[in-house]
Design a protein around this ligand. Structure first.
Ligand code: EPZ
Length: 417
C-alpha cells in the first residue's frame, strides 16, 4: 500500500490551479448515458474515482477515449444494464448510474452498494424516488433489480436534501413523461453543474441551487460538449494547507462563492484573504486563533467534506474549537490519528472538542477515508519531524497528483509505493 513521507515545517508558497470537481464529473458521467450518443467532457480530474466510473461505463458497453483532461464518451451501444459488483463496491456513489440506466434501458441490476468508511450511507431515498417515478424496484440477496417500461414525472418530497438522490432523480426524470418536481432538493453547486449539462444536451431542468428542482421530461437528448466546474473541496483543502503550513497561496480557477463558508471560517481563525475574479489568495496569520464552532450542514453551510481538514487545522490553533458533524455518523476517524501526532481531541458521538496545542509531532498514521487522508497529510505539513501517512489510495480517489502539487508549492513530501 503506498504511503506519503512528509517532512514538516515548510510553509507553502505559490500558485495552484484547482482541479475539476470530482463530485460534479461523477454524476455528469452518469448523465452521458442519457443521449445514447457522444459527450465530450472537459476539465476531468485524474482521480481513482473517475477511473472507476470509466471502468463501469465501459463494462456496460460505453466507448471512452481520454485526451488529456478531456473524456469522449460514446454511449450509443450499451450491451448490458448489469453493473459489476466489484466496481459498485469500489465506489458506492456508482448508485448515481441507476437513474440514467433506467431512463434509457428500462432495467438495471446493481449490487447493493453498502456503507463505506464514513457511515452506513443508505440509498432508501434514491429507491423511494425511483419507485415514485414508476420504476419497479426489488432488493434481494444483496442485489437491486429495477425495471420500468416508462417513467412518469411526479412530485417528490425528499425527507433529506440528499445530493445523490437529487441527482439520480434529475437523471431519471430528464427522459420521463411529463413534469417532475423535487422538493427539499440538495442545493450543492454540483447539482447546478448537472442541470447545466443536462440542459446542454437539450434537457429541460430548472431550479438547481434552490430546494425545488423542476424537470420537464423530453423524448431525446443530443450529443454534448461540456466543461466541469472547479472542485470546491480541493480548493478548500489547498486553502487550509496554506494556513496550516504558515504559508501563502493563490488558488487559480476557483469559484469563490462555492467556498465562502470555508473562507469565512479561515478568516475567523485570522487568515488574510484577497479575492479576484476566479482566483483567491490566502495568507496564514501570525497567530492562528481557534474557530469556536464548526457545524457541517448541507450547502451553503460548512461542507462535511472539509470537516477533517478543518479539524487538522484547529489542532494547532490558540483556544478550543467544537466541531459538530451533522451529515455522516462516522466521520471522525482521523481524530485518533491526529491524537497520535500530539493533538488534544475529545470525540463524543457527532461532536469533537479540539484544544489547540503548541505543535504537532510527526508520526506514522493511517488514512481511513478520502478527506481524513487529506487532513493527515495537511497535519504532516505542519508537524515537527517526519510523518508517514499509510493507505493513501484513499487520497488518490479525490485529489489529482496531490503530493506533486504540494511539492511544487514547497512541501517536502514524497510517495513511497
Ligand atoms: C455526496 O455524497 C458526495 N459524494 C459526498 O462527498 C458528500 O459528502 C455528500 O454528498 C454530502 O455533501 C458525491 O457527490 C460523489 P447524501 P452522497 O446523499 O450523495 C443520508 C467526498 O468526500 N442519506 O447527500 O452520498 C446519508 O446517509 C464525498 O467527496 C440517506 O439517509 O450524500 C447521509 O447521512 C464523501 N438516504 C446524508 O443523507 C439516502 O437515500 C447525506 O448524504 C441518501 C442519503
Amino acid at each position: 500500500m503506498s504511503q506519503f513521507f512528509i517532512k514538516g515545517g515548510l510553509p507553502l508558497e505559490g500558485e495552484v490551479k484547482i482541479q475539476g470537481a470530482k463530485n460534479a464529473v461523477l454524476p455528469i458521467l452518469a448523465g452521458a448515458l442519457l443521449n445514447q450518443g457522444k459527450s465530450i467532457i472537459h476539465n476531468v480530474p485524474e482521480l481513482r474515482d473517475v477511473n472507476t466510473m470509466i471502468s463501469i461505463l465501459e463494462s456496460i458497453g460505453c466507448k471512452i477515449k481520454k485526451e488529456g483532461k478531456t473524456l469522449i464518451v460514446d454511449s450509443s451501444s450499451i450491451h448490458t444494464n448489469e453493473v459489476p459488483e466489484k466496481l459498485v463496491r469500489e465506489m458506492r456513489s456508482s448508485i448515481i448510474l441507476l437513474g440514467a440506466i433506467l431512463a434509457t434501458h428500462k432495467q438495471a441490476k446493481f449490487s447493493y452498494p453498502g456503507g463505506c468508511d464514513i457511515g452506513l450511507r443508505p440509498i432508501d431515498l434514491h429507491l423511494k424516488s425511483l419507485r415514485e417515478l414508476g420504476a419497479e424496484v426489488k432488493e434481494s440477496h444483496g442485489y437491486i433489480y429495477c425495471k420500468s417500461s416508462i417513467l412518469k414525472g411526479c412530485q417528490i418530497q425528499l425527507d433529506y436534501p440528499s445530493v445523490g438522490a437529487t441527482e439520480n432523480i434529475m437523471l431519471a426524470a430528464s427522459l420521463a413523461q411529463g413534469l417532475t418536481i423535487i422538493r427539499n432538493a440538495a442545493k450543492e453547486p454540483e447539482i447546478c453543474d448537472l442541470q447545466n449539462f443536462i440542459n446542454k444536451m437539450g434537457g429541460q431542468v430548472k431550479g438547481a441551487g434552490t430546494n425545488t428542482v423542476i424537470i420537464n421530461g423530453v423524448s431525446k437528448l443530443q450529443d454534448v460538449e461540456y466543461k466541469i466546474m472547479p472542485d470546491r473541496i480541493a480548493a478548500g483543502t489547498f486553502a487550509t494547507a496554506a494556513v496550516i503550513s504558515g504559508g501563502k497561496l493563490t488558488l487559480k480557477d476557483v469559484n469563490i462563492e462555492h467556498i465562502s463558508s470555508v473562507v469565512s471560517k479561515l478568516q475567523e481563525g485570522g487568515s488574510k484573504i484577497a479575492r479576484y475574479n476566479n482566483s483567491l489568495t490566502i495568507e496564514s496569520p501570525k497567530v492562528l486563533k481557534a474557530v469556536e464552532t464548526i457545524r457541517t450542514l448541507p450547502y451553503p453551510g460548512f461542507p462535511t467534506d472539509m470537516q477533517a481538514q478543518m479539524m487538522a487545522l484547529m489542532t494547532i490553533a490558540q483556544g478550543t474549537s467544537i466541531i459538530t458533524e451533522t451529515i455522516f455518523e462516522n466521520r471522525f476517524k482521523h481524530a485518533s490519528q491526529l491524537i497520535r501526532m500530539g493533538a488534544n481531541i475529545k470525540v463524543d458521538g457527532r461532536v469533537a472538542v479540539i484544544k489547540g496545542v503548541e505543535k504537532l509531532y510527526g508520526a506514522h498514521v493511517s488514512a481511513m477515508d478520502l478527506r481524513g487522508g487529506a487532513a493527515l497529510t495537511l497535519a504532516g505539513l505542519a508537524a515537527e519531524g517526519e510523518t508517514i501517512v499509510d493507505n493513501i489510495y484513499h487520497v488518490d480517489r479525490g485529489y489529482e497528483y496531490f503530493e506533486k502539487s504540494l511539492q511544487e508549492l514547497g512541501a517536502s513530501i514524497i510517495r513511497i509505493e
